[in-house]
Design a protein around this ligand. Structure first.
Ligand code: ADP
Ligand code: ZN
Length: 712
């Protein structure tokens, strides 16, 4: 990476121009049209954070860089403008065939003319697709980056009115990113060759270095950079410390038993670990399949499809699994090993709960886990002296070709491959297959050891941050958000391991609702099997759950369910309505509140504007649900006095408006009289005066009540 790295100082210098510029669009008539598309085509009622801003910028013809977390809804940011741009085409660059196929399938289900052209599409069908594009019939064309090297394809594309070039997973263009792809390298010159449309680049990577690199490599012009909120409130984070690998496997097994019949992914750091964990889980009678890059393509394909189609629930995988996974209803992502960076972690963990429903992300961490990652850093970013040593060794062969394994004396020296790559990129070495040679002697001074060291150091810093997360005693969400530069969030979220929330209320439906949900799933399954499509492209689980809860009886009611757009209603609406109608509630019965709703509604800030600590928030929540103090204490596993303390604070802060259920008015008056005028201080002297006629708890709450009145 010597050559590519040389540009880094220039990129650093411009980092201020792009990082964190938040664009506030003026929500004019264009956005109203976007909203109509959102509602009518996709059946969604509201934009997710950032979507309106990005769509506004794109519709305004600006180059745009959208940074949003995985599952944040990036696709809509170019799909909505594409649908609005009639008689012209949006070209979408995407790195993975499976991902393209899913998106195209889903769009077609919504009645949007979209297609993908890639190496798996037969030539005659490609021709047909391109014809449709030329006739203005197609709204969106998904392509792999290699396509732009195909002369015939480019010839057609040049004749078409391309209104927008969308580049998905744009971080793949940057060598500073965690997923550099050589095929992305040449995207910079594509725009000029297809009629100069504006570009929207999308990524979930927030590293400023990578962002700047995207802007530079794609030559974005005065781009609007939108960094959306990175928070994914429906994800519950946890980091579990274990003593040994054996304990890890046990804890993961336990965790999976909580899962029920829902999808989960478990990530492991190496293929070997994938094998070992899969074997372990299968011995424990947990049905799962393995997935890693060492397996034959057909096997991988088959497993990926089974997972997409819900016939396989649990996948144990390396990070080779996932880029193509668009599945919205993954309920758990467990990490058996720490990834290289928080970017990687958040991207992988973020595959949970894309549908916005509650999901869990748990990282298991044992003391020696860091070593594996350090070894990987040595492989990909060897110490500079290794590069120098490799060069010297090659020179000593006087230009003769040698097998790469024979270059170094100690053949277990990690990083030889990466060192050779660096030398090749800087023109000091050549490589063909496994054979390598020095192109010339005397080039040692050209090896930029400072840059090599910078890359290595960058990797270590990312690993440090990852480890701090794994070992964190404080809010994990706050750590993630801090890392991504997301400002203005709470210091404690109340929904992660260290925040000691009670287990997140899973979004379970009860009794009849659950039955209905299963019936709706069966209908979905029938359609999916008939059309040979992944079920979620018909309706996702979140949509089916909402149907089960609300039981629409009419077309109009069905159209208000999130995820039911016009075209989907025409196709499937009646079939699902037939089921919901047969379960219809009596008209007067109110829609039951969601199980998770209550917890989410606890205020983060009090009426006084100050934060309410998560633990007090939980107490308040339970109080509002009608639990009394002893019950709250039992529920939370805390002492009664602790809960009384919370309640007292909440009374003082005006969050709880009444203490009559704990202390009657007469007792309050007795306390007031005994205390005399002014705010009440310590309770000890009062307790002595009043004796056993008043309990400590009553005293505490009476004091809160009285003191609150005085401050007001
Ligand atoms: P990303 O590409 O950012 O990882 P996707 O574009 O795949 O995320 O979106 C994730 C999920 O969220 C999809 O199932 C998508 O249909 C859904 N989604 C996107 N925008 C909205 C919205 N405004 N309201 C409800 N669901 C949405
Ligand atoms: Zn937290």
């Amino acid at each position: 990476m010597v050559a590519a790295s040389l540009k880094c100082s220039r990129l650093r210098a411009m980092s201020h121009s792009t990082s964190g510029t938040i664009h506030r669009p003026n929500p004019g008539p264009v956005l109203n049209r976007a909203r109509t598309v959102l509602q009518e085509v996709f059946g969604y009622h509201d934009f997710r954070p950032g979507q309106a801003e990005v769509i506004g910028a794109v519709l305004g013809g600006r180059d745009t860089l959208a940074v949003m977390p995985t599952g944040g809804g990036k696709s809509l940011c170019f799909q909505v403008p594409a649908i609005l741009a009639e008689r012209s085409l949006t070209v979408v660059v995407s790195p993975l065939l499976a991902l393209m196929k899913d998106q195209v399938d889903a769009l077609r289900q919504d009645g949007v003319p979209a297609a993908a052209v890639n190496s798996t599409v037969p030539r005659d069908e490609q021709m047909r697709i391109m014809e449709g594009a030329a006739n203005g019939r197609l709204r969106m064309l998904y392509v792999a980056p290699e396509r732009f090297g195909d002369a015939a394809f480019m010839a057609v594309l040049r004749r078409i009115n391309v209104s927008l070039l969308a580049i998905d997973e744009a971080h793949c263009i940057s060598q500073w990113g965690h997923d550099f792809r050589p095929s992305y390298r040449d995207l910079g010159n594509v725009r000029a060759r297809i009629g100069d449309p504006p570009i929207v680049a999308l990524t979930a990577t927030a590293d400023p270095l990578v962002r700047d690199d995207i802007v530079a490599k794609l030559e974005l012009r005065e781009p609007v950079v939108h960094v959306a909120g990175f928070d994914r409130p429906n994800l519950r984070f946890d980091a579990v410390h274990v003593k040994s690998q054996k304990e890890k496997a046990e804890r993961i097994t336990e965790k999976l038993r909580e899962l029920g019949d829902e999808p989960a992914i478990i990530y492991c750091g190496t293929r070997k670990k994938v094998e070992a964990l899969t074997d372990h889980l299968q011995r424990q009678r947990i049905r799962c399949a393995r997935y890693h890059a060492g397996m034959p393509d057909e096997d991988r394909q088959r497993i990926q499809e089974a997972f997409a189609r819900d016939s396989l629930r649990i996948i144990v995988a390396t990070n080779a699994f996932g880029m193509g996974i668009d599945k919205p209803d993954v309920r758990m992502v467990l990490h058996h090993d720490i990834p290289e960076s928080l970017e990687s972690y958040y991207q992988e963990a973020g595959r949970a709960g894309r549908d916005g429903e509650p999901a869990e992300c748990v990282l298991y961490f044992a003391p020696r886990d860091r070593q594996l990652r350090e070894f990987f850093i040595d492989l990909s970013h060897p110490e500079p002296h290794v590069v120098v040593d490799v060069y010297r060794a090659l020179v000593s062969h006087q230009g003769r070709r040698v097998h790469i394994r024979e270059v170094m004396q100690e053949d277990d020296e990690p990083g030889v491959n990466a060192a050779v790559l660096a030398l090749v990129e800087s023109g000091l070495a050549g490589r063909q297959g496994q054979m390598v040679w020095a192109t010339r002697p005397g080039g040692e001074g050209e090896i930029d050891t400072a840059v090599l060291e910078a890359h290595r150091e960058h990797s270590f810093q990312k690993l440090d941050a990852m480890q701090r997360y794994a070992e964190s005693m404080t809010c994990l969400r706050a750590r993630i958000l801090d890392y991504f530069g997301d400002e203005g969030h709470e210091r404690a979220c109340g929904n992660c391991g260290p925040c000691v929330a009670p287990p997140a209320a899973r979004n379970v439906l009860e009794g009849e609702d659950e039955e209905l949900f299963q019936a709706l799933r069966a209908v979905r399954r029938r359609f999916a099997d008939e059309a040979n499509l992944p079920p979620f492209t018909i309706f996702n689980d979140a949509t089916l759950r909402e149907m089960a809860r609300r039981r629409p009886r009419t077309r109009t009611e069905m159209l208000t369910v999130s995820g039911v757009g016009n075209v989907k209603f025409e196709r499937y609406g009646e079939a699902f309505l037939a089921v919901t109608r047969s379960h219809a509630r009596s008209a007067a019965a109110p829609v039951p509140a969601r199980a998770t709703r209550a917890a989410a509604d606890a205020p983060i800030r009090g009426r006084d504007g100050k934060t309410i600590a998560p633990t007090a928030r939980q107490t308040l929540e339970l109080y509002r649900r009608g639990f009394d103090i002893p019950r709250i204490a039992a529920e939370r596993g805390l002492a009664v006095t602790t809960i009384v303390g919370h309640i007292g604070d909440l009374v003082m802060r005006g969050e709880i408006d009444d203490v009559a259920q704990w202390v009657d008015a007469a007792t309050v008056e007795r306390v007031r009289a005994a205390a005399g005028p002014g705010p009440i201080g310590p309770l000890g002297p009062l307790k002595e005066k009043l004796g056993d006629s008043v309990t400590y708890e009553q005293l505490h709450l009476a004091r809160a009540w009285i003191n609150r009145g005085m401050r007001a």
